[in-house]
Design a protein. Structure first.
Length: 435
C-alpha cells in the first residue's frame, strides 16, 4: 500500500515525488483528520478499520471514496505548491463561428461577468437551449488570462460528449476528459472536463468551476460530491451552475432573487419544445412490450425507448429484436455502454432501449422518444422533462415525437407536461419562438 500523491488530478511517480520534495514543493497533511474526516472526500460517517500492514496498527479508513484508493489514518496526502506548467500563448483562442440567440447572449454576458468578478451565477435553460455555447466567451477570457477552468458533470456520458466539443472550440487548449478508467488521467491542461467524482483529486486548483446538470443524480443526493466541488475551487474563484430542471428550492431562490440566475426558456433554433403525449398502454409489467409500444417502435427510424428497470428492459429487448435485430439496450453497468451510444449516434442502432442513464447530457439528432411505464416512481418530474428534452434538439431536426406510455397518470407526468408548456408560453411571450 502506498500513500496518495497527486498533481493536477494525476498520480505522480516516485521519481517525480522525490525531486520536488527536496525543493519543498509539496505540503503534507494527514489523510484523515482527528474528527475523523476524510481530507479527500469530506466523509465524516462512513468509516471502518483493519490491521494495517503499513503502520502495524489498527487503522481507520474511509469507505466513501475507497474506489479511488484507500485513505486511512496513516495515509499522507501530498499537495503540490510549486509553479504550475506555463499555459500556451494561444490558450483561450476560440474557434467558434456560431451565433447566439437572444437568450444565450444574455446568459453569456452574465457568465462572463461572474467569471471576471469571481462570483456565482446560475444558468437555468431548457434542454437543448445551448447551455454549453453560453460558456464559450467566459471560458475564453479566463484561459487567455492564465486561469484554470473546470467543467464538471455528474455523469461520465456527459463528460465524454463535452470533451470533444470543447477540443474543437479550444484547439490550443484541448481538455482531458476525466472519469473512472479515463485514459486522460495523466494529462495536464488549464481546461479540463471531469465527472464530479474525479474532483476528489483536486484541492484549490481552479479559478473557474462550472457544474453542469447540477440537479442530476447523484450530485444532488451526495454531499461528498458537493464538498468535492468546493474543495477543488480556489478561495477566490467563480462558480457557474447549469441546469434545465432546478430543484424546487433553487426555483424559489431564483424567483425571490436570492440566487443570481439567467433563465433561457427557449431553444436556440426558435422552435418550441416537443410536448409529450400521454398514452395508456395497459399493464406493461405483464405484457412487457404492449401493442401500442410495439406499433410505435415499428414506425420509428431513430428512437430512444426508456424503461424504468433493467430486468424489464432486457425482457423487452429480446422481444423487440424480433422486430429489428439491430435494436439494442444500455444501462449504467453495461460494459459496452460507450460503444452503444456511439453506434446510436452513427445510426447503426435504430432504437436504443435505455434506463434513465440517458435521460440527460446526450444528443442524437432526429431522435424520437418514448417512455414505457411512465408512472413508475423512478420517472420524476425532472426526469420526464429531461427525457422529453432529448427530442428536437438540433436545428436540422427541431421537432420530435415524445410519448409517455402508462398504466395510470401520475402527478409527476402532469407536472412535467405543464412545465414544458409553461416554458413554451414564456418563450413566446419573450419573442424567443417563431410562430
Amino acid at each position: 500500500m502506498t500513500n496518495a500523491f497527486f498533481f493536477s488530478g494525476r498520480e505522480l511517480t516516485d521519481e517525480e515525488i522525490l525531486k520536488p520534495l527536496d525543493l519543498h514543493h509539496f505540503t503534507v497533511r494527514p489523510g484523515l483528520s482527528e474528527t475523523p474526516q476524510c481530507q479527500r472526500c469530506g466523509n465524516t460517517t462512513n468509516f471502518s478499520s483493519h490491521p494495517c500492514a503499513r503502520c502495524g496498527k489498527i487503522c481507520t479508513y474511509c469507505r466513501n471514496c475507497i474506489e479511488m484508493g484507500k485513505i486511512s489514518s496513516c495515509t499522507k496526502l501530498y499537495r503540490w505548491n510549486g509553479p504550475e506548467p506555463a499555459h500556451s500563448e494561444k490558450a483561450g483562442r476560440l474557434n467558434w463561428s456560431g451565433t447566439l440567440s437572444a437568450g444565450q447572449h444574455t446568459a453569456s454576458e452574465n457568465v462572463l461577468r461572474a467569471i471576471q468578478n469571481g462570483s456565482e451565477h446560475t444558468v437555468w435553460a431548457v434542454a437543448g437551449a445551448g447551455k454549453t455555447e453560453v460558456l464559450f466567451k467566459g471560458m475564453a477570457a479566463a484561459l487567455s488570462g492564465g486561469k484554470r477552468v473546470c467543467l464538471a458533470a455528474p455523469r461520465a456520458d456527459v463528460v465524454r460528449e463535452l470533451a470533444p466539443r470543447l477540443s474543437a472550440v479550444f484547439p490550443d487548449t484541448p481538455p482531458p476528459a476525466l472519469y473512472g478508467g479515463s485514459p486522460d488521467r495523466h494529462v495536464y491542461s488549464p481546461l479540463i472536463v471531469s465527472t464530479t467524482h474525479q474532483l476528489f483529486r483536486f484541492t484549490e486548483a481552479f479559478d473557474v468551476m462550472i457544474v453542469d446538470e447540477v440537479d442530476a443524480f447523484p450530485y444532488t443526493f451526495d454531499l461528498s460530491l458537493q464538498y468535492a466541488v468546493q474543495k477543488a475551487r480556489k478561495k477566490k474563484s467563480a462558480l457557474i451552475y447549469l441546469t434545465a430542471t432546478p430543484e424546487p428550492s433553487w426555483k424559489e431562490d431564483i424567483k425571490s432573487g436570492k440566487r443570481e440566475a439567467t433563465l433561457i426558456p427557449a431553444r436556440y433554433h426558435r422552435h418550441p419544445l416537443p410536448v409529450p403525449k400521454m398514452s395508456w398502454c395497459g399493464n406493461w409489467k405483464k405484457t412487457i412490450v404492449p401493442d401500442p409500444v410495439q406499433k410505435w417502435v415499428k414506425e420509428k427510424q431513430k428512437a430512444l425507448l426508456f424503461y424504468p428497470h433493467i430486468e424489464t428492459m432486457e425482457k423487452a429487448l429480446s422481444r423487440l429484436k424480433e422486430v429489428d435485430e439491430r435494436i439494442e439496450s444500455v444501462h449504467a453497468g453495461d460494459p459496452l455502454r460507450k460503444e452503444k451510444v456511439e453506434a446510436m449516434r452513427r445510426g447503426s442502432i435504430p432504437v436504443l432501449l435505455t434506463t434513465t442513464i440517458l435521460e440527460r447530457g446526450v444528443t442524437f439528432p432526429g431522435v424520437d422518444v418514448a417512455v414505457v411505464g411512465a408512472e413508475d416512481r423512478v420517472f420524476t418530474e425532472s426526469a420526464l422533462v429531461q427525457i422529453a428534452g432529448r427530442a428536437g434538439r438540433s436545428a436540422a431536426c427541431p421537432t420530435g415525437d415524445v410519448v409517455l406510455f402508462h398504466y395510470g397518470k401520475t402527478e409527476a407526468m402532469v407536472r412535467a407536461v405543464e412545465q414544458i408548456k409553461q416554458m413554451n408560453r414564456l418563450g413566446r411571450d419573450r419573442g424567443l419562438l417563431d410562430g
